[in-house]
Design a protein around this ligand. Sequence first.
Ligand code: SAH
Length: 221
Amino acid sequence: MTPQLVMRSIMTIIMIGLAGLILWRLQINGWGSIVWLASAVLMMVIRSPYAARNKENEITERFAVSKERFLLLLVSVGGTLLPVLHLSTGLLLFANYEAPNWLPVVGILFLVPGFWLFWRSHADLGRNWSVTTELREAHTLVSHGVYKHIQHPMYFAIWLIFLAYPFLIQNWIVGAAGIVSFAILYAVRVPIEEAMMRHEFGIEYEEYSSRTGRLWPQLSK
Ligand code: SAH
C-alpha cells in the first residue's frame, strides 16, 4: 500500500464518518443539511474524473502560486470545512436562525442550474481545466459550449451553488462564509486568469472576451 493510498483511505474514512454525523443530526440541522451534503458530494463526483484525467496532461506554467494556495485554502475552509464542522458537531449553533421548513427549496432552485453549468463547464474545458491559474500542455482557447457566451461559466456555477447554502443551512456564519470566501477568490483570481489568457492567446483572446461577458452574455452580440 503506497503512502498516497493510505492517506486517501484515511481521508475517505474521515469523510464517511463526518457524513454519518451530519445524517445523524438531521433533526437538529433540518433537511436542507442533507441537500447540502449531497451537493458537496456531487461537486466532488463531477470534478474527480476530470481531475484524474488531467493528471496526465502536463502543467507548463503556473501563475500566482502562493496567492492561489491561500485562495484554495480560504474557499476550502469557508465552503466545505466550516459547514461540515458545524453540521457534524453543532459548533456554531449560536448563529442559527429560524426559517420555514420550505426554505431549502429555494436553495434547490439555485443548485439545479448551478450543477448543470458546473458539469458542462468541466466537460467543455476538458483537458484545459485546472483548479488554479495555470496552463497545460497544448492548451487551447475554449470558446464553444457554455464558453460561447460567457468567459467564467464555472465560477458562475460555483456562485449559484454557494448562494444556495444560506437557504440550506440556517446559520449566519456558515451561510456567509462560503459566499465571502468565494467572493474573495473571484475578485483576486479573475484578473490574474484573464491576464494569463491574454498573454497566452493574444488577439484570439481579445476577440473572444470582446464578444462575451464574464458571467452574463453580452446581450447586444
Ligand atoms: N474561469 C473559467 C475557468 C475556471 S478553471 C470558468 O469560470 O469557467 C481555471 C482554468 O481554466 C485556468 O487556469 C485556465 O487554464 C483555464 N481556462 C479558463 N478559461 C479558459 C478558456 N476559455 N479556454 C481554455 N482554458 C481556459
